[in-house]
Design a protein around this ligand. Structure first.
Ligand code: NDP
Ligand code: 13P
Length: 338
């Protein structure tokens, strides 16, 4: 965004619930905003009816929000790109945008997760695909798309190795009901956003089994401990875990029924199958893939993360939720902090 002679053009990639909510926010903040989606019907609905009936039904979108199905043109027009496709589509989205990106255009993403199959952080994927000179940032924190789209108060955080870029992205998002903080711990911020999705399945399972509020609080707190330990191992900052990207998003996702990851856990705790539950949710449920990658990362660092391991085993159907929680409760007594 080096163009002093025009207001910056922001292109959001992904017409799912979060991409649409963020694009609407940017447009309402007065920025020239274009959203790209792969589904022609969704693009037409956003352009013509100012609604995304598939992902945010009933929520009016600003008329100033433009939509397109032409990825090359959408990227070529952008001074800032905001990628909001799911983690499984993230590497493909970056490869698709790379040839069309203008040299000054930084890339941010609001995707939560890791590269499937390798466990690489998304900023590592982005650096490899785009090169080390491109400013990169992650937008993360406790933020249900529906509430943001409805204009309800929300706080997020934007992290980048390039502090000025993090601040610029946060500036574009910040508004009267949307507080955007910024920081420079991209690893810790990405880790928190990914891990909370896995831990939300565990609290969902416990709540689905009606194990009570004590169990829920215990799981959230011990889950936080798992984020703290893995975060220390990967070189993230401790304060990131205690902030919006860690504790904030963990609490939201473990307790809020708008969470798809929590809802997956609730369904499993009530005896439904994973396939049934995911189909009923009808949107991306990142934990299904992220659990594999967190376990891979933890094992690489020789860390024992029992709640994460339990969710991983439940999602692979190698243990039932009931047997898994019994196993968790029967673990040896130990100090609270190691
Ligand atoms: N929803 C929320 O409240 C929040 C979500 N996030 C994160 O944002 C990311 C996106 O999630 P969200 O918007 O909620 O997901 P949704 O399930 O609401 O939407 C997913 C969107 O991604 C599109 N998509 C899927 N695969 C591809 C692909 N290969 N290329 C292009 N587009 C693709 C889908 O298109 P199609 O309809 O054609 O399948 C759909 O538009 C996730 O990582 C999530 O964790 C973060 C914070 C809040
Ligand atoms: O990341 C989110 C809120 O911050 C959305 O959580 P779910 O993907 O579980 O719905």
């Amino acid at each position: 965004m080096n163009a002093a002679d025009h207001t910056p053009q922001v292109t959001v990639l992904g017409t799912g619930s979060w991409g649409t909510a963020l694009a609407a926010l940017l447009a309402r903040n007065g920025h020239r905003t274009l959203i790209w989606g792969r589904d022609a019907d969704q693009v037409a609905a956003i352009s013509e009816r100012h609604e995304n009936p598939r992902y945010l039904p009933g929520v009016p979108l600003p008329e100033s929000l433009a939509a397109t199905g032409d990825l090359a043109a959408a990227v070529a027009a952008a001074d800032l790109l905001l990628v909001v496709t799911p983690s499984h589509a993230f590497p493909g989205t970056l490869h698709a945008l790379a040839p069309h990106r203008r040299p000054h255009c930084g890339v941010a993403w609001a995707t939560k997760g890791f590269e499937p199959g390798s466990g690489r952080f998304l900023h590592e994927v982005a650096t490899e695909v785009l090169g080390p000179e491109v400013p990169l940032a992650v937008v993360t924190g406790p933020s249900f798309a529906k509430e943001v789209a409805q204009g309800l108060p929300t706080a997020v955080t934007v992290h980048s190795d390039d502090e000025a870029f993090a601040e610029r992205v946060a500036d574009l998002l910040h508004g009267s009901t949307f507080r955007a903080y910024h920081g420079t711990d991209i690893r810790g911020a990405e880790l928190g956003g990914a891990m909370k999705n896995v831990l939300a399945v565990a609290t969902g399972v416990a709540d689905g089994m009606e194990l009570g509020l004590n169990a829920r609080a215990g799981l959230i707190t011990r889950g936080l401990n798992e984020i703290m330990r893995l975060n220390a191992a990967i070189g993230g900052r401790a304060e990131t875990v205690m902030g919006l990207a860690g504790l904030g998003d963990l609490v939201l996702t473990c307790t809020g029924d708008l969470s798809r990851n929590r809802r997956l856990g609730l369904a499993l705790g009530r005896g439904q199958s994973i396939a049934e539950a995911v189909a009923a949710i009808g949107q991306v449920v990142e934990s299904v893939q992220t659990a594999d990658e967190v376990v891979r990362l933890a094992r690489r660092h020789e860390l024992d993360l029992p709640i994460t391991e339990l969710v991983h085993a439940v999602l692979h159907e190698t243990i039932t939720p009931v047997a898994g929680l019994r196993l968790l409760l029967s673990r040896d007594q130990k100090p609270e902090y190691e």
